[in-house]
Design a protein around this ligand. Sequence first.
Ligand code: ADP
Ligand code: ADP
Length: 223
Amino acid sequence: MITVTNARKRYGSFAALDDVSLDIPKGSLTALLGPSGSGKSTLLRSIAGLEALDSGSVTIQGRDVTEEPPQRRGIGFVFQHYAAFKHMTVRDNVAFGLSIRRRPKAEIDKKVGELLEIVGLEGFRHRYPAQLSGGQRQRMALARALAVDPQVLLLDEPFGALDAKVRTDLRQWLRRLHDEVHVTTVLVTHDQEEALDVADRIAVLNKGRIEQVGDPVALYERP
Ligand code: ADP
Ligand code: ADP
């Protein structure tokens, strides 16, 4: 589904991506795991087509990602510090992508209702982001990213700013969401436990290279 081929990216003399190749299967939840500075975000941004590679390529379903802007390619994002529209309710934030696409109100209400139920925010649709906890805001962000039925969901340390208990809860939400929606998902994390817990595939990055790729069991059993 997503194919990264011999991706290289330098910042000055520093190789953020050093000949990275990776296949991400359709419908998988793949974690990019590695320490800070290992190139995870650069790789994620390359998948989004937001990073101009020095060489190599990224394709999604055979199409080069630099050919079209991300919103046209059906890519949903969630970042660590999610920017919600403060003046809009939860409902309107989640509906945003559908509203700008001028979808009928009945369709929007149905979709938003389904997503808020999956992320456990049904009772919160009339609240404003400031009235939500950090974990609830990230769940809203997940629902918003999914509202437009993206073919790919990219998550850059989405739970990184939250405390441990909330992170654990959110992992379960993400897993449940993925089991229901099956959208091809790439999660950037430096947290091994999080990757093992939530992903069905893990690519381990170090110093701009992929050291190993496999399912959590295979990686865990490796000496
Ligand atoms: P990670 O997500 O694993 O923490 P990044 O992909 O963000 O790693 O960064 C990899 C390396 O590239 C880091 O050393 C970082 O400082 C460097 N880097 C990232 N973006 C830039 C940039 N725009 N300019 C210069 N260096 C950068
Ligand atoms: P999408 O429909 O692809 O999910 P978003 O709704 O995330 O797009 O955001 C649309 C645009 O609005 C982006 O460029 C984003 O950076 C910007 N944006 C998101 N939240 C805010 C905010 N609170 N204030 C200003 N701009 C924002």
